[in-house]
Write a protein that binds this ligand. Sequence first.
Ligand code: XCC
Ligand code: SF4
Length: 625
Amino acid sequence: MGEKKLNIEELSIWDDAKQMLRKAERDGIETAWDRLQQQSPHCKFGESGVCCRICTMGPCRISKKAPRGVCGADADVIVARNFGRFVTGGAAGHSDHGRDCIEALHAVAHGETEDYSIKDEAKLLRIAEEVGISTKGREPLDVAKDLAAEFFENYGTTKNELSFIGRVPEKRRELWANLGITPRGMDREIAEMMHRTHMGCDNDAANTMLHAARTCLADGWAGSMIATEVSDILFGTPSPRKAQVNLGVLKEDQVNILVHGHNPIVSEKILEAVNEPEMIALAREKGAAGINLAGLCCTGNELMMRNGIPMAGNHLMTELAIVTGAVELIIVDYQCIMPSLVQVGSCYHTRMVTTADKARFTGAEHVKFQMDNGMEQARKVVRMAIDRYDLRDQARVEIPQGPVDIVTGFSNEAILQALGGSLTPLIEAIKAGKVRGVVGIVGCNNPKYKHDYCNVNLTRELIKKDILVIVTGCVTTAAGKAGLLVPEAIDQAGPGLQEICGALGIPPVIHMGSCVDNARILQLCAMLANELGVDISDLPVAASSPEWYSEKAAAIGTYAVASGIYTHLGHPPNITGSELVTNLVLSGLDDLIGACFVVEQDPFKAANLIDERIKSKRTALGLAA
Ligand code: XCC
Ligand code: SF4
């Protein structure tokens, strides 16, 4: 390949990752880090967002010599259009996932499936009442029919209002209305963004950016929120429980199955199938001690939150999990699944199985999951995994040791319960300065960073400053591996947080779920704001995605900012080719919607910036900084 040899010590902060990177090198396996090197340096036009491929008069790229594309579009217009389409891809991902959840709810309600059911009836009824569906004296399944129909409306264009708009603080709703960015419906905002960014349509960068905000707001307050709430109804609302993280959760003497992707609709069925006595007996017949299920990325978060299933790793660990040589099968649905997993798997005995027609991978086996065959397909996949146990070459197996304990399962319902039924104790702790603020650290890994270095160090720095941290997505595994997701981690927190979390018996870093579950954080912020009678932008809260990579992460950041939450990113999106757009995002939005992005790669400096913001919000509320 002719590249420089990678310096493995510099690629990740984790021993399990480095051990597997050394094994990958020995086994001749190419990873994302190798390919990043092949792709570097990246194209400057693409990186700064000034490359336009929207029509065939182009492609055009903006430079000093050529400040406008063939049609006359300048850097501002091109950057805003690219950014608009970028976040719209993310919003589409979350909300299409949400739609799949509603389809499952609809199928259950209409008796079209025996494979799924309502696990949390109380939540079904509570959410139905919240969105205006009467529940008195009605059969739960009847209510579920109405709720599914109501949620489908969030995707259409007739109702033009989101089911959960009532959760948004009044001041925020007024602000959105004044700016013309009240989200109307998922599919509508997404389609309109594609329309606006066609050649010759929306040629005012600021106007395009406002619609980007609107599209992302539909994601946060509808697509993602519906995905979360319906998943709780179907699979149970998470409550605190123990689990373990890192590659040490794989078992040398068992059939190892990894679930990867996002939607619990597939992974929950696999979990049921691996626990069936016939399956365990079959595995034993093949000489395995049992069947071991572990998660990756967000579907791993979903299974961990609800069932305590261990997490093998986050985004950059997905290739390395296969490099252990101990994985019989990896089953995926959609999003964040590197196509390279097929190739890495084929270097061992690992079979990759896809389940969704919208996410197929050449070289993987396709086992299509539908509402009415989930259980049957899950058994089929588990049998496939058991059959491959024989093919494992034990001489090539190397599993890093020492999984780390964590506590997971903090839904808002669980937090309220831990607080004794109301938010008052948390609000009192915030007022007293014992919990100075709350920050959600969310999102991904990106091989451009030393793996998890920023995720972990930012988390550590914030809890030292008595700031309660909430984690979701791939940051969860980072915080977990660092030993921060257990109550004992209060030793690393400031005195105030130590006192409060100690009294409640909770960790100073709280795991709230997958990436769609960032909607839980939105809801928590809204509840705090409503309780205090202020806007979300008045709260001493912030968000951060230090090592983000995906369109979805950018959509989350954008809905956080548009909801009034100051949001830190480790690196900017591809917008720096437009001064106008960059200034809007980094400061102009603050005047417009009371929050903006801040970009800082160094986690220690980022912690200070977030701390300064929290101080200023506390002072404005009349609280000691
Ligand atoms: Fe994907 Fe959700 Fe990012 Fe992880 S955190 S790399 S988006 S799996 Ni969502
Ligand atoms: Fe070039 Fe304009 Fe076409 Fe973009 S839309 S490729 S800037 S001509």
